[in-house]
Design a protein around this ligand. Sequence first.
Ligand code: AVW
Length: 293
Amino acid sequence: MSWHGASRPVTKDLRMGTMLALVLMVFVSSAIGQQKDQAKKYKGTGTTSNLRNIVIGRCYHYMSLNPSIGDKNCTGVWQELLDAVQRKDPCKITQEDYKRLTLVAAQTIPCDKTLLWSRTNDLVHRYTRATENFVTLEDTFLGFLLNGLMWCGKSLRPGFNFKSCPAWNECDHNSISSFWKMSSAAFARASCGVVNVMLNGSADGDIARKESIFRTVEIPNMDPTRVSEVKVWIIDDIQGEDKNSCDSKSTLELKQYIEGHKLKYSCIDNYRPVQALQCAENPDIAACKQCKY
Ligand code: AVW
């Protein structure tokens, strides 16, 4: 018997054994992963029920309201959202993961129409609904598709986690915060001409939180060669305190921050068209009875 002849069955056995061990390892680690996934309870609510129908429905709805956007492939857009998060740890989703989604949802923003906001979420959207003169991120195709929704995948399995998802601050790179940071950056980059910002003069603390998306993402992503001016509107609640205005310390600090990014700055207190909306909503309160308009 030759040496090779004698060793052949042993090598075969070894190979078979190694293969079996590998298959077993993959099986066990996948089972552990699935268990981990099922055991992991995040602090946020789970993926919104019927997410697929909502996103695809919103996609067709947006196209019918905004024919200028052209023909978007709604199931293709949905697939990009799915691919961005499925089979991935919901706390390890980066802005890069949403790159393809941003590309398929790309849209031109007309110059002078961008309206950013911080701590005026309700008012700013009541205002853009009423006037249709400005566009917030949530009025763009991508923002409209996902505004107010929740979604995250599962580490090793396809599909979404409908039980729980990471809350905004639960981990640095979660499926929700990375999406809004990425879409805010794309929106700011696409903006040109005068960029308006609605801030809340009645809120406590700084006029724009130091960690707000407006400061940390949108200002740094504006192109000073395309944005002619950042125009800050400071709006007080119609019956609220005047805690910040254009000459407050925190607003002057914001001015410096904006100018530090080579952007021209201007500020206006209680921009009248917004006050007119506040008064249309509250015609009987004293502040609205003064004959200012
Ligand atoms: P905001 P931004 N914890 O009113 O400038 C929980 O301060 O940040 O305005 N939720 C958070 C957190 C947080 N730390 N930070 C942000 N969010 C979520 C896109 C939460 O849903 C638009 F274009 C909160 O209601 C605006 O120009 C919302 O973000 C800009 O970003 C707004 O926080 C508004 O974001």
